[in-house]
Design a protein around this ligand. Structure first.
Ligand code: FES
Length: 85
């Protein structure tokens, strides 16, 4: 997340985010919403291989920070990360 907005790191040039607030999966539990997402992830044993896990947690956290009670349609629209499992 850059300044609280979800961004795909694979297509974001580093020089484009210099000086901005960056939050990665490593620090997501410092955020109250992120901490609850990770706790739910563990409780429900969400991942299979875990490859997509970081992106899924970041996307879910960004969604819930912006929309605390999303509809099914909002969840489907926000959770577009591919899970190959
Ligand atoms: Fe394996 Fe998502 S858990 S790719």
């Amino acid at each position: 997340m850059v300044d609280g907005v979800l961004m795909r790191s694979c297509v974001t040039p580093v020089e484009g985010v210099a000086g901005r607030k960056i939050t990665t999966i490593e620090a997501i539990e410092e955020d109250d919403v992120g901490k609850r997402v990770v706790a739910a992830w563990v409780k429900h044993q969400v991942p299979q291989c875990g490859y997509c896990q970081s992106g899924q947690v970041m996307a879910a956290t960004a969604l819930l920070k912006q929309t605390p009670h999303p509809s099914d349609e909002q969840v489907a629209a926000a959770m577009i990360n591919l899970c190959r499992c």
